[in-house]
Write a protein that binds this ligand. Structure first.
Ligand code: ADP
Ligand code: MG
Length: 464
């Protein structure tokens, strides 16, 4: 047994068995460093990059402390956005399987508040939500935190970036002083230090190495001329032909413009930025993750915290002025045992940014000549399809209509010749369901779903 083994923690056998079924065999560094303190009731302030396993680091802690027999709210997790709230509550639900009858409720803005009042008639054990909406419920008295044992601030830096400081402080005023508080953040700014001092009690400070292993991420820089940015990007996509990639821009308008330019070249590219409404953000992410879209163009704020696995390529359309942000961006590739590729465009005038990155990573960057890119001629391009393998069908019904993935699979495969393996990820939201299917069967699947019935009812279905 090593110290990174979950069984070195004071967790019961069912809990450990469940972790094994999740394929969590050893603790990630942030888990190994924080869980002993968390389980010991200590306040913790931890800094670790996206994808390091922070959710389980606090999720295991709050479930361990939970008294499922006591129907009061014992843990509150604050997250910056609804997507992160959904990701966190899903992860906590999986971790909670061996703890029977745990009630976990998500409370976010941007959704109707009425049904949330109804859900709160019985106090949930665990609440996960965004600060604005949580505060609203506290002010209306629908949520009560008088018995709170643990408060978690997840992606605290991002919540502060979004202007949630005052809301967070007001929420904290309504929690017991003897609570345990955990604060997780990707960066360690002055604002984070300030809020940590205000709300944590003798915290244990943890910082997990935020630089990435140079061997696992191959970084290549390309020097470009001002007017050649988009053109060079397209050449990179043609040369490397990544199955999926995230392209970072510094400004949201640029995300949009680039997405349009790529569409015109036949790429399936979607932009993710702060101006999108929640349902459009969901739609973009669903399509990217289920492989119906191969390119996600994002700003740092929009991409932060999203759990996108196994990205083969990250491209910096523009360098971030902050080398730490650069390292976070490229850290989205080369996860687990995969080798990652990070490509960055820069202009001669941006040499100081490149130098700052070299200094920060303590390693010189590798610059390649643009002429090394083998762009396909117009002729071969015609034969190369940039179309992703999958496409997404969208059904106007979701959790509220009690739709489950099995119902969709059943409708698609029962009495048809559609093989289950050509059906991809199924994402179910409150009022909407997205089904990924291989392009080759898209028409047929659309016909089956729109003409047939799901759970005995007819729903509107369209192809995105
Ligand atoms: P973060 O919040 O730090 O960005 P997450 O908590 O979202 O990271 O975890 C990233 C991914 O790693 C998730 O898909 C999660 O299921 C997985 N994961 C977390 N802990 C472990 C572990 N101990 N072993 C294997 N996978 C893990
Ligand atoms: Mg997280």
């Amino acid at each position: 047994m090593t110290t990174a083994d979950f069984s070195s923690l004071p967790l019961n056998a069912d809990f450990l068995a469940n972790l094994r079924t999740l394929n969590y065999l050893t603790m990630t560094p942030i888990q190994a460093q924080s869980l002993p303190a968390v389980l010991n009731g200590k306040d913790v302030q931890a800094q670790a990059k996206t994808g390091s396993g922070k959710t389980a680091a606090f999720g295991i802690g709050l479930l361990h402390n939970l008294d499922a027999q006591s129907y009061v709210t014992q843990a509150l997790v604050l997250c910056p956005t609804r997507e992160l709230t959904d990701q966190v509550s899903k992860e906590i639900r999986r971790l909670a399987r061996p703890v029977p009858n745990t009630k976990i409720l998500t409370l976010c803005g941007g959704t109707a508040i009425g049904p949330q009042f109804a859900s709160l008639e019985h106090q949930p054990h665990i609440v996960v939500g965004t600060p604005g909406r949580i505060l609203k419920h506290l002010q209306k008295g629908s949520l009560r935190l008088g018995s709170l044992k643990m408060l978690v601030l997840d992606e605290a830096d991002r919540m502060l970036d979004m202007g949630f400081y005052d809301d967070i402080m007001r929420i904290i005023e309504m929690t017991p002083a003897n609570r345990q508080t955990l604060l997780f953040s990707a960066t360690y700014s002055d604002e984070i230090k300030k809020i940590s001092r205000a709300i944590l009690h003798e915290p244990i400070n943890i910082e997990v190495e935020s630089l990435h292993d140079n061997k696992k991420i191959k970084q290549i820089f390309y020097e470009i001329e001002k007017t050649k940015r988009t053109e060079t990007l397209i050449a990179l996509l043609q040369h490397y032909q990544p199955e999926s990639s995230v392209i970072f821009c510094n400004r949201k308008q640029q995300c949009q413009e680039l997405a349009e330019a790529l569409w015109q070249q036949g790429f399936h590219a979607l932009a993710l930025h702060g101006d999108l409404e929640q349902k459009d953000r969901d739609k973009v992410l669903v399509q990217f993750i289920n492989k119906s879209s191969s390119i996600l163009i994002a700003t740092d704020v929009a991409a932060r915290g999203l759990d996108i696995k196994d990205l083969p390529v990250v491209i910096n359309f523009e360098l971030s002025p902050d080398p730490e942000v650069h390292i976070h961006r490229i850290g989205r590739t080369g996860r687990a045992d995969n080798e990652g590729l990070a490509l960055s465009l820069f202009m001669a005038a941006e040499a100081p940014k490149v130098n700052a990155i070299e200094e920060y990573q303590d390693y010189p960057v590798h610059i390649e000549n643009l002429s090394s890119l083998e762009t396909s001629s117009a002729e071969t391009q015609e034969h190369h399809s940039f179309r992703p393998k999958m496409t997404t069908l969208c059904i106007n019904a979701g959790r509220k209509q009690k739709i489950r993935a099995g119902d969709i699979l059943g409708a698609l495969t029962a009495n048809t010749k559609l093989p289950g393996k050509q059906i991809g990820k199924i994402d179910i939201f409150d009022m909407m369901t997205y089904v990924a299917v291989e392009q080759a069967i898209a028409k047929q699947a659309l016909k089956i779903l729109s003409e047939g019935k799901i759970k005995g009812r007819k729903f509107r279905v369209r192809k995105l």
